[in-house]
Design a protein around this ligand. Structure first.
Ligand code: PEP
Ligand code: MN
Length: 457
């Protein structure tokens, strides 16, 4: 097999960078571990454990993202806000995979272009928080920062950061990865058998009916092509699936940053496609320093306070050689702010001739709290931000190349509205997220159908 390296322009490794050079910068959002020796022993163990992904896979994803930058592919990235150790089970993993496969089928069919499939899973265990502590009554404790750091229960023992949790997160990520790979290799993602992806509890949905009609049409087209060519249509029985997570907990990421025999440079081998969250995106911060030196394709969340100048400086730092596929900007402005905030950023990057993949996260700028105390998002705001994104990119002469969503294959009631018009009183029925509200199966499929309609305009 030819090395995917040959397809990409060689770029220089920053000379003054090392996997630990982020330690000389200000690091936001990291827990304070009370026991330095316990931390060091957990990191030493991690450094010795096998990686979760390979450099070959990482470089082939980078190639696919380069094609998405040129409009030849569309990126679908989705999964939980926060994975939890207790939800590392076959039902949750396969249902999430089913939703993502169904959405990608809708997108492939409607957009007539291949989809790059990326999960927010197998490592999405560390969370940034807006406050370091949480107070209930008289008691103040450290905030919950994801299962990789501490536990959500409101007790001092649960909230104490425990470095052994990094080892457990690595193991759960490996189990998730292993199951996803086995399902895909075993034919679960075979386009000849999309019936494998039906989620039993949605048989009655109107969207499921529209989806089934689409599946029949695709099945007919596949059989027709196979009859014509007398051979199986290439690549239909196997799809690529990549992983991503917010690379927040830098000690963990550093311990899985490795060199490999056949490719030069350093790779983060805990995931294919790490991203920098909005709260840790400072251009002179520790996270940007860490990301600068790894060869993975990387993404950065771009919120409403980012200026065009900051964005250009970020590109200078993270992709100085304008390498194809290297850099993704995930904008998350909110439905009411995007029309004002996004165009100046698009203009600045376009005028400068910089190569980035633009992706819309219509979730994180639209979070609100209900009167009955739930953190939620309204489907109509999510939809509006996505629709405006397509329009604003078209007006700016740039291209929206993908979407980043928080979703689950479970029958949850966390976001309001959508086909079933969930209301505030529905939220208590099945609100399961430990952090942010996710689209349920129907709402996720509706978003995929909406993207297709928007693209066709
Ligand atoms: C997230 O993706 O879960 C998240 C915290 O996003 P952001 O950094 O955009 O707020
Ligand atoms: Mn989130």
């Amino acid at each position: 097999m030819p090395s995917p390296d040959r397809n990409l322009r060689a770029v220089n490794l920053p000379a003054d960078w090392a996997p630990q050079s982020w330690r000389n910068r200000t690091a936001m959002q990291l827990p304070q571990y009370p026991d330095a020796a316990a931390l060091e022993s957990a990191l030493a163990e991690l450094r010795d454990l096998p990686p979760l992904v390979t450099s070959w896979e990482i470089l082939s994803l980078k190639q696919q993202l380069a094609e998405a930058q040129e409009g030849k592919r569309f990126l679908l990235q989705g999964g939980d806000c926060a994975e939890s150790f207790s939800a590392c089970n076959s039902g949750v993993i396969s249902n999430r995979l089913k939703v993502l496969l169904q959405m990608s089928l809708v997108l492939v069919h409607g957009m007539r272009k291949p989809v790059v499939r990326v999960g927010r899973f197998a490592g999405q265990y560390a969370k940034p928080r807006s406050t370091d502590t949480e107070t209930i009554g008289e008691v103040t404790l450290p905030s919950y920062r994801g299962d990789m750091v501490n536990a959500p229960e409101f007790t001092a023992a649960a909230r104490a950061p425990d470095p052994r949790r990094m080892i457990k997160a690595h193991a759960r990520s490996a189990m998730t990865m292993n199951f996803v790979r086995a399902l895909i290799d075993g034919g679960f993602a075979d386009l000849h058998h999309p019936e494998y992806w039906n989620l039993s509890w949605v048989g009655h949905s109107e969207l499921a009916e529209e989806y089934r009609r689409m599946v029949t049409a695709i099945g007919d087209a596949v059989r027709f092509m196979e009859t014509l060519s007398g051979a199986e249509v290439h690549n239909l029985n196997r799809v690529d699936f990549y992983t991503s997570h917010e690379a927040l907990l830098l000690p963990y990421e550093e311990s899985l940053t490795r060199q490999v025999p056949r490719h030069w440079g350093w790779f983060n081998l805990s995931t294919h496609y790490p991203w920098i969250g909005m709260r840790t995106a400072a251009v002179d911060g520790a996270h940007a320093e860490y990301f600068r030196g790894i060869r993975n394709p990387i993404a950065l969340k771009v919120g409403p306070s980012v200026t065009p100048d900051q964005l250009l400086r970020t590109i200078d730092l993270l992709n100085p050689e304008d390498e194809p596929g290297r850099l993704t900007f995930i904008h998350r402005m909110g439905a009411s702010g995007i029309a004002e905030k996004l165009p100046p950023l698009l203009d600045a990057v376009r005028r400068d001739g910089r190569r980035v993949l633009w992706v819309c996260d219509p979730m994180h700028g639209n979070t609100e709290s209900t009167s009955n105390g739930y953190k939620t998002r309204r489907f109509r705001n999510i939809r509006s931000e996505l629709e405006q994104s397509f329009e604003l990119h078209a007006a700016a002469g740039t291209r929206l190349g993908g979407v980043h969503l928080e979703l689950t294959g479970e029958d949850v009631t966390e976001c309001l509205g959508g086909a079933r018009e969930l209301t505030e009183s529905d939220l208590e029925r099945a609100y399961m997220s430990t952090v942010d509200p996710r689209l349920n199966y129907e709402q996720a499929l509706e978003i995929a159908m909406l993207i297709v309609r928007k693209q066709a305009q």
